[in-house]
Design a protein around this ligand. Structure first.
Ligand SMILES: *Cc1c(COP(=O)(O)O)cnc(C)c1O
Length: 353
């Protein structure tokens, strides 16, 4: 970690450019992402504000609470929103998305890539392929996927992608990013309603082109931006592939531990589970109905409280020790011996890493 110097110097152009390069490398895009002066949800709201307008029709896929919110923001901007919603213990299929596209004929499609709240991961590559066949603008909330799954933005042809560093990347939550394709910028620029001189304005934050005069926006939080640079350098030093593999190992080891404890995953399709959180079905098991988080074992959010537990094995907790501790916590709640489950965790972890 860099130490923060006293004698405060606002974010320099060099630091700003470096952060842009690190973000572009992380997201495998040649277009410098927008640095968002706040947490990821601000970037997501800024996307909605920048693209929504009367006469624009969106297909919004809802597989968790953030999808609902995004749809509301699109409607607030006057857009027509068709919703494709699935029960929260499932993810959407590319076939269902394609059928919905054919039915509602939208200009753009939006979805949450992976959901830490429900523990599901949507088939992003296949959804984007379907969207490309219909020439749609694509919007993805990848806050809980980046660092836990592949996210090759240019290869996928994704147009607007929101990310944050505080989940898998072990970074700060006070500054985040939105990647925008040239087509995405055109879609924003052609929207009369796209905000200007506003905290929700992506246009105000658009990174400069080659040789273009540019002043680093003074409202980008300096300390958070420096912390994000440090976090992205740490990810690059470990290797993004390795970071992703660590999250996959954590998810598999957690699944193995749960099986040994006789517990069931909340997400029905085991092949579509998030690599950042594993959700545990509570069923009628009163002993799993906790009020407060115990380490990385947390009660369900909102309407999911009492239905599932979350095991938040992301960032620094995507580790063997992190998973073992969570499995011991669950065994403790069930008042059963953890030894066999810990052995299962160890075997699954070692098979993967
Ligand atoms: C965490 C999360 C967000 C919000 O991120 P903040 O930085 O807390 O604003 C948005 N979308 C998804 C899918 C998330 O998991």
């Amino acid at each position: 970690m860099n130490t923060i110097q006293t004698g405060f110097v606002p974010l320099t152009r060099e630091e700003y450019d470096k952060l842009g390069r690190l973000l572009a490398g992380l997201l495998r895009t040649k277009h410098t992402p927008v640095i968002i002066p706040g947490e990821a949800i601000l970037g997501i709201e800024a996307i909605a504000a920048s693209i929504a307008a009367p006469g624009r029709k969106f297909l919004n896929i809802v597989t968790g609470p953030y999808g609902t919110l995004f749809g509301e923001w699109l409607e607030r901007g006057g857009a027509e929103v068709e919703e494709l919603r699935v029960p929260f213990d499932e993810v959407v299929t590319a076939e269902a998305v394609e059928a919905a596209i054919e039915r509602s004929k939208p200009q753009a499609i939006s979805f949450v890539h992976a959901e830490v709240v429900t523990g599901g991961s949507n088939p992003a590559a296949a959804i984007l392929e379907a969207a490309r066949r219909h020439d749609l603008i694509t919007v993805i909330d990848s806050v809980s996927a980046v660092g836990g799954e592949e996210l090759p933005i240019d290869e996928w042809g994704a147009d607007l992608v929101a990310i944050g560093a505080q989940k898998a990347l072990g970074g700060p939550n006070g500054v985040s990013a939105v990647a925008v394709s040239p087509r995405g910028w055109d879609y924003i620029a052609s929207n009369e309603r796209a905000p200007r001189s506003s905290i929700l304005s992506l246009l105000d934050l658009k990174p400069p082109g080659e040789g273009e005069a540019f002043r680093v926006p003074p409202y980008i939080p300096t300390l958070e931006a420096r912390a994000l640079i440090a976090a992205l350098e740490a990810v690059a030093a470990e290797g993004l592939e390795r970071v992703i593999r660590r999250h996959e190992a954590a998810a598999e080891a957690t699944a193995a531990g749960l099986r040994a404890l006789g517990l069931e995953g909340w997400q029905r399709d085991a092949s579509r589970r998030s690599t950042l959180t594993t959700t545990v079905r509570i069923g009628g098991e009163e002993r799993l109905k906790i009020e407060q988080p115990i380490g990385i074992v947390a009660p369900g959010d909102g309407e999911l409280r009492g239905q599932l537990l979350r095991v938040n094995h992301f960032g620094a907790n995507a580790s063997r020790v992190g998973v073992e501790t969570a499995i011991k916590t669950l065994a403790g709640l069930l008042q059963i011996d953890a030894a066999q489950a810990i052995e299962a965790v160890r075997a699954a972890w070692e098979a993967r890493l």
